[in-house]
Design a protein. Sequence first.
Length: 136
Amino acid sequence: MRTNQELHQTHAEIARHLWNATADGDGATLLEFFAPNVEWHSHGHNPVARHIYGRVALLDYFALSADLVDDMKSDLLEIYSSERGAVIRYRVRASRGPKCLDGEVLLSLTIDNGLVTRADVVPVEQKIHDAFWMLE
Protein backbone atom coordinates (compact mmCIF):
# COMPACT_ATOMS: atom_id res chain seq x y z
CA MET A 1 0.00 0.00 0.00
CA ARG A 2 1.27 3.46 -0.86
CA THR A 3 1.88 6.09 1.77
CA ASN A 4 0.10 9.45 1.62
CA GLN A 5 3.35 11.09 0.52
CA GLU A 6 3.73 8.59 -2.36
CA LEU A 7 0.13 9.20 -3.43
CA HIS A 8 0.68 12.97 -3.37
CA GLN A 9 3.71 12.59 -5.63
CA THR A 10 1.98 10.13 -7.97
CA HIS A 11 -1.11 12.32 -8.27
CA ALA A 12 1.01 15.38 -8.98
CA GLU A 13 2.85 13.44 -11.70
CA ILE A 14 -0.44 12.30 -13.27
CA ALA A 15 -1.72 15.90 -13.24
CA ARG A 16 1.50 17.12 -14.88
CA HIS A 17 1.37 14.42 -17.59
CA LEU A 18 -2.27 15.25 -18.24
CA TRP A 19 -1.39 18.95 -18.51
CA ASN A 20 1.49 18.23 -20.91
CA ALA A 21 -0.71 16.05 -23.14
CA THR A 22 -3.27 18.85 -23.27
CA ALA A 23 -0.61 21.45 -24.10
CA ASP A 24 0.79 19.20 -26.84
CA GLY A 25 -2.68 18.63 -28.31
CA ASP A 26 -2.19 14.90 -27.86
CA GLY A 27 -5.77 13.70 -27.52
CA ALA A 28 -4.89 9.99 -27.56
CA THR A 29 -2.46 10.32 -24.65
CA LEU A 30 -4.82 12.70 -22.85
CA LEU A 31 -7.62 10.14 -22.86
CA GLU A 32 -5.32 7.50 -21.33
CA PHE A 33 -5.45 9.48 -18.08
CA PHE A 34 -9.24 9.28 -17.79
CA ALA A 35 -11.27 6.33 -16.53
CA PRO A 36 -13.72 4.98 -19.17
CA ASN A 37 -16.63 6.26 -17.04
CA VAL A 38 -15.04 9.61 -16.11
CA GLU A 39 -17.35 12.40 -14.94
CA TRP A 40 -16.40 15.89 -16.16
CA HIS A 41 -18.16 18.90 -14.66
CA SER A 42 -17.67 22.36 -16.15
CA HIS A 43 -19.24 24.80 -13.74
CA GLY A 44 -21.03 27.98 -14.69
CA HIS A 45 -24.07 29.38 -16.44
CA ASN A 46 -23.10 29.30 -20.11
CA PRO A 47 -23.33 26.97 -23.13
CA VAL A 48 -20.13 25.05 -22.27
CA ALA A 49 -21.05 24.55 -18.61
CA ARG A 50 -22.25 20.97 -18.45
CA HIS A 51 -21.73 17.49 -17.12
CA ILE A 52 -20.01 14.98 -19.38
CA TYR A 53 -19.89 11.23 -18.76
CA GLY A 54 -17.35 8.95 -20.43
CA ARG A 55 -14.15 9.38 -22.43
CA VAL A 56 -15.76 9.53 -25.89
CA ALA A 57 -18.21 12.24 -24.84
CA LEU A 58 -15.34 14.10 -23.18
CA LEU A 59 -13.30 14.12 -26.37
CA ASP A 60 -16.34 15.46 -28.27
CA TYR A 61 -16.75 18.15 -25.61
CA PHE A 62 -13.11 19.23 -25.97
CA ALA A 63 -13.59 19.51 -29.76
CA LEU A 64 -16.76 21.60 -29.30
CA SER A 65 -15.03 23.96 -26.89
CA ALA A 66 -12.10 24.39 -29.29
CA ASP A 67 -14.49 25.14 -32.18
CA LEU A 68 -16.12 27.97 -30.22
CA VAL A 69 -12.94 30.05 -29.89
CA ASP A 70 -10.67 31.79 -32.36
CA ASP A 71 -7.63 31.35 -30.15
CA MET A 72 -6.92 29.88 -26.73
CA LYS A 73 -3.79 29.65 -24.63
CA SER A 74 -3.41 28.24 -21.14
CA ASP A 75 -0.48 28.59 -18.78
CA LEU A 76 0.13 26.22 -15.89
CA LEU A 77 0.45 28.14 -12.62
CA GLU A 78 0.59 25.42 -10.00
CA ILE A 79 -0.27 21.82 -9.19
CA TYR A 80 -1.50 20.80 -5.75
CA SER A 81 -1.93 17.17 -4.78
CA SER A 82 -3.36 15.02 -2.02
CA GLU A 83 -4.08 11.35 -1.39
CA ARG A 84 -7.40 11.76 -3.27
CA GLY A 85 -6.18 13.56 -6.38
CA ALA A 86 -4.79 16.84 -7.61
CA VAL A 87 -5.76 20.40 -8.48
CA ILE A 88 -4.31 22.20 -11.47
CA ARG A 89 -4.41 25.99 -11.26
CA TYR A 90 -3.97 27.64 -14.63
CA ARG A 91 -4.50 30.90 -16.48
CA VAL A 92 -6.52 30.84 -19.66
CA ARG A 93 -6.59 33.50 -22.35
CA ALA A 94 -8.99 33.16 -25.24
CA SER A 95 -10.65 35.20 -27.94
CA ARG A 96 -13.88 34.80 -29.84
CA GLY A 97 -14.71 37.62 -32.21
CA PRO A 98 -14.56 40.83 -30.18
CA LYS A 99 -14.71 38.96 -26.85
CA CYS A 100 -11.60 38.21 -24.83
CA LEU A 101 -11.13 36.05 -21.76
CA ASP A 102 -8.27 36.27 -19.29
CA GLY A 103 -8.75 34.44 -16.02
CA GLU A 104 -7.67 31.72 -13.65
CA VAL A 105 -9.26 28.29 -13.46
CA LEU A 106 -9.00 25.42 -11.00
CA LEU A 107 -9.21 21.91 -12.41
CA SER A 108 -9.91 19.51 -9.54
CA LEU A 109 -9.07 15.88 -10.33
CA THR A 110 -10.23 12.86 -8.36
CA ILE A 111 -7.73 10.08 -9.11
CA ASP A 112 -8.26 6.41 -8.36
CA ASN A 113 -5.80 3.67 -9.35
CA GLY A 114 -3.91 6.07 -11.60
CA LEU A 115 -6.95 7.29 -13.56
CA VAL A 116 -9.01 10.46 -13.31
CA THR A 117 -12.52 9.40 -12.30
CA ARG A 118 -13.93 12.91 -11.84
CA ALA A 119 -12.87 16.36 -12.97
CA ASP A 120 -14.37 19.69 -11.92
CA VAL A 121 -13.51 22.84 -13.88
CA VAL A 122 -14.09 25.86 -11.65
CA PRO A 123 -13.25 29.36 -12.91
CA VAL A 124 -12.00 31.63 -10.14
CA GLU A 125 -14.20 34.48 -11.45
CA GLN A 126 -17.24 32.66 -12.82
CA LYS A 127 -19.05 35.77 -14.16
CA ILE A 128 -16.14 36.63 -16.46
CA HIS A 129 -16.11 33.12 -17.91
CA ASP A 130 -19.88 33.02 -18.28
CA ALA A 131 -19.86 36.32 -20.18
CA PHE A 132 -17.15 35.07 -22.57
CA TRP A 133 -18.85 31.75 -23.35
CA MET A 134 -22.35 33.20 -23.86
CA LEU A 135 -23.27 32.82 -27.52
CA GLU A 136 -25.00 35.70 -29.26
